[in-house]
Each structure stands twice: as structure tokens, then as C-alpha cells.
Design a binder for this molecule. Structure first.
Ligand code: GLN
Length: 479
């Protein structure tokens, strides 16, 4: 029986098994079939994955040097382009659209020998916190199938949670990697804005979006991160900064860190009491281990969700204007007498789901003459204040810790009729995207209700080394 713990152990297995990649792929294909009711996959590339596995096995037998991700079985959220494969953003508007190129991150995975096994279901255009907004059915949490896996990268989180792939790539605009990672009990990392190229990632809110990684271990996340990071001629926002060797640097000598937490975050009335006290206990443990852990003030906590939803919907209304039935996407059948306006209206009304329509309308509203100053400009000002505050915090601290989400995974349908309540679930995650810092959710805890929950760690821009090193140390505390 094949089992997967880490890429390192898997590579040791491959060294002893000439058909190891094929064994792994067969294992995942049967797992995906077995857990089909989770609805984590929109498409599985069975034949292609088998063929690639056989080729990789053959490469090994000739003694060829193997890539960093040789044979690693990876799934992709349905917003990340893979050439000659369908991509729909889990929306009817892009149903049957085929990518004409691969995302830079995907090119880099393939260059290191990864096997792409399929595409994962998600909230439509990555808008949501529960994976209930997919046009192709809800995704189910593998721990309790009556509950959501979080969102928007729910299919990706479940894929790693239920052992349907070794790694999955998602996207995180306001928490869509960290929040489902928290609900599913896996690792979810969103690097610094600009660390990974966004070329080939379907845009939701371009100044917030980052590709993120789901994994079982920090070492695996580090290895994938260093593989897919770096500058890119196709994305001017991808940083030129050197990519450190995360996978080796995280094993550096144990350091004592200066860690901050937001007082208002831990005392927030919306935070589950048991989760708050569990995190308080962790703070004491960290202090006993010799770290400095201190409360800092964060008066702006209640402003960050509105700021996030004003700015991201504004960017979305612009980014999604290309899906109009002419340039891209579903085109409605017209009736006699219909003109261009009807073509746009009907195509977009038929193609987009309720949540995406709500956000396009909201974004168009906050950008409209007469409201622009009151909403959009003001939100930009809050974003600037948050950036200044963040600089001050990291002048004194190495990291900030917080809950990832205020509650454990909720029931399917529980919040779907109340968008405001759903938006508030993003209270701890959107901050990292507003200011562009790296953040991770690590699966440290289990609630007395039986569900997992995570701790969020954030560090300064481009300090993924501290982010991953500290996270690895905390994961070891758990054992
Ligand atoms: N839940 C947030 C939203 O709906 C985050 C989405 C994301 O990160 N893609 O906007």
C-alpha cells in the first residue's frame, strides 16, 4: 500500500522502486474515485498523469538527475492555467474554455518533474469563504461531510486533507488558502505579494492576489515555494528579489523570536471562546520556550473587512469586465431586436453566479462618480495606514500570530444566505493581503467539537524564512 508523508520520504521510496511514480499516481487516482462525493476535483487527468509517471520512472532508470519535485503529484485550483487543459474559475461563464498557456508557477512545477493530476473545485472566481459558490456544486470537508471545507480554494484544501494529491496550489486574495487550510487541518501558505508570478492566475483583485500552497509538512511547502517563486518577464509585479533556499534555511539553529499578537484579535467577541483560550495557552508555552510574546494594539481591526471588500470588489469589477461574451466567455442567445447592450447583459447574467454578480455591482458602485471619494479613496487611505502600522510592528517584532478564522468549519448552508456574516469570517486573514505580507495557517489544534483549527503566523515582507522556520518549530511543539 502506498502512503505519503513527505516529499523527502517519497523520494527515498522512488530510489528503491523503479515504478514508484506509477504506483503513486495509481494510488491517487483510486483515492480520488473513492472520495468523489467530496467534489474536490472538477477534472482528473488520469491518462496523462499515468503517462507522465511512466516517463519519469523511465528517466530514473537511465540515471538522469531528478528534479526537486520529481514525481510529486500536484493538483491545481481551477483558476491556475495549465496549457491545453480546461479552466473555468468554477463558473459557467468560462465553461469549456481551454488555457492557451500555462501559468509560470505551473511551468516551474513541470520543469522540476511534478505530475499534475487534475483541477480542483473552488468558489466561483475565487470569491467566497466556503466553496459553496462554485457553479459545479459544493465541496465537502473530509472530516465532516456536512460541513464546508472553507474557501475559496476548498477543493485544493480537501485534496491534501483527504490524501487525493500530495500538494495543491490555490490562490489567496483575502485568505482563500489559509482559511480552508484551517478548516481542513492542513498547512496553507500565502507568500509575500510578488513572491510568485501571477502570470496565468485568473485575476480577482490584482493588488491582493497571490498563488499559495497546501501541504502536509512545512518542508514540503518550503520546497514547492522555492521552486515556483521568482521574477517573471510576464508579471511586472513579481519581485526581482533573490529566492532563498527555503527548504534548507528552515533547519537553521533554533532562535528565540520576538512575537506580537493583536490584543483586539484575541479579545474579539466573534472569536470562539475555546479557540481564544487555546491560543492563550500556546502563547504561554512559547514564552516558556524563551520567545518573547507580547500584545500590541490593533484599533483598526473592525475596519479591515470593509476596507478589503471595497478595494477587492472595485478591482474585481474591472478585472471581470473582460468576461462579456465577446472577448471571453459564455455568449447568450439573442432575440430579435436585441443589441450590444442586451448581448452583454444576458451573457453576464447567465454566466455569472449570484456572489460574483453581487461583487461586480458593489465594485462598480464604489468606483462610481459621487461615491469614489467616500468609499474607494477612503479605503485606499486605510490601506496606507495599515502599511505604516505594519512597518512599525516589524521594526520591533519578527512575527505576528493570530487565529486564522474565528470559528471552526461551519455547516453547509449555514451562512450562505448572509453575505455579511460570511465576509466577517475573513477578519483575521485579509490583513496580510491588504499589506502584502506573507502568512501561513498551521494545523496545530483540535477543538472539543472534533474539528481541526489552525494558528496564523505572519512575518515581514519577503521574510518567508522566518515564517517557515518559526512554523516548523511550532509544529514540533505539537508532537
Ligand atoms: N473570502 C475572501 C473573499 O471572498 C477571500 C477570497 C480569496 O482569498 N480568494 O473575497
Amino acid at each position: 500500500m502506498f502512503s505519503f508523508n513527505s516529499i523527502k520520504e517519497y523520494h527515498a521510496f522512488l530510489a528503491a522502486n523503479p515504478t514508484g511514480c506509477s504506483i503513486a499516481v495509481d494510488h491517487y487516482l483510486s483515492k480520488i474515485k473513492e472520495r468523489a462525493q467530496l467534489n474536490a476535483f472538477l477534472e482528473v487527468y488520469a491518462d496523462e498523469a499515468k503517462k507522465r509517471a511512466a516517463e519519469l520512472d523511465a528517466d530514473r532508470s537511465t540515471g538522469k538527475k531528478i528534479g526537486n519535485l520529481h514525481g510529486v503529484v500536484i493538483s491545481l485550483k481551477d483558476v491556475i492555467c495549465f496549457k491545453d487543459h480546461k479552466i473555468s474559475a468554477s463558473s459557467h461563464i468560462l465553461e469549456n474554455f481551454t488555457s492557451i498557456y500555462s501559468a509560470t508557477a505551473v511551468e516551474k512545477l513541470l520543469a522540476e518533474g511534478a505530475i499534475i493530476i487534475g483541477r480542483n473545485n473552488c468558489d466561483e472566481f475565487a470569491m467566497g469563504s466556503s466553496s459553496e459558490n462554485s457553479a459545479f456544486g459544493v465541496v465537502r470537508n473530509a472530516v465532516d461531510e456536512s460541513r464546508v471545507p472553507g474557501g475559496s480554494s476548498g477543493g485544493s484544501a480537501v485534496s491534501v486533507q483527504a490524501g487525493l494529491s500530495m500538494i495543491s496550489l490555490g490562490s489567496d486574495t483575502g485568505g482563500s488558502v489559509r482559511q480552508p487550510a484551517d478548516f481542513c487541518g492542513v498547512i496553507g501558505v500565502k507568500p509575500t505579494y510578488g513572491r510568485i508570478s501571477r502570470y496565468g492566475l485568473i485575476a480577482y483583485a490584482s493588488s491582493f492576489d497571490q498563488i499559495g500552497i497546501f501541504a502536509n509538512t512545512i518542508d514540503d511547502a518550503a520546497l514547492v515555494l522555492e521552486t515556483i517563486s521568482g521574477p517573471d518577464d510576464f508579471d511586472s509585479t513579481a519581485s526581482e528579489q533573490n529566492v532563498p533556499s527555503y527548504s534548507t534555511l528552515i533547519d537553521q539553529e533554533k532562535k528565540k523570536y520576538r512575537i506580537a499578537y493583536f490584543k483586539q484579535a484575541l479579545e474579539h467577541p466573534g472569536l470562539d471562546k475555546e479557540m481564544a483560550s487555546t491560543i492563550q495557552t500556546l502563547i504561554q508555552t512559547l514564552q516558556k520556550e524563551g520567545h518573547i510574546v507580547e500584545a500590541v494594539n490593533f484599533d483598526l481591526l473592525n475596519y479591515i473587512v470593509p476596507t478589503y471588500y471595497i478595494l477587492t470588489t472595485a478591482e474585481a469589477s474591472s478585472n471581470l469586465s473582460r468576461f462579456d461574451g465577446v472577448k471571453y466567455g459564455h455568449r447568450a442567445l439573442l432575440e430579435k431586436g436585441d443589441g450590444l447592450t442586451e448581448l452583454y447583459k444576458k451573457s453576464r447574467s447567465e454566466g455569472f453566479g449570484k456572489e460574483v454578480q453581487r461583487r461586480i455591482l458593489l465594485g462598480t458602485f464604489v468606483l462610481s462618480a459621487g461615491y469614489y471619494e467616500a468609499y474607494f479613496t477612503k479605503a485606499q487611505q486605510v490601506r496606507k495606514i495599515l502599511s505604516d502600522l505594519t512597518k512599525n510592528i516589524f521594526a520591533e517584532y519578527d512575527a505576528i500570530i493570530s487565529p486564522t478564522v474565528p470559528t471552526t468549519a461551519f455547516k453547509i448552508g449555514e451562512k450562505s444566505e448572509d453575505p455579511i456574516e460570511m465576509f466577517l469570517a475573513d477578519i483575521y486573514t485579509v490583513y496580510a493581503n491588504l499589506v502584502g505580507i506573507p502568512a501561513i495557517s498551521i494545523p496545530l489544534f483540535k477543538h472539543s467539537n472534533g474539528l481541526p483549527f489552525g494558528l496564523q503566523v505572519m512575518t515581514s515582507h519577503f521574510d518567508e524564512v522566518t515564517l517557515l522556520t518559526l512554523s516548523k518549530q511550532m509544529m514540533q511543539l505539537k508532537q
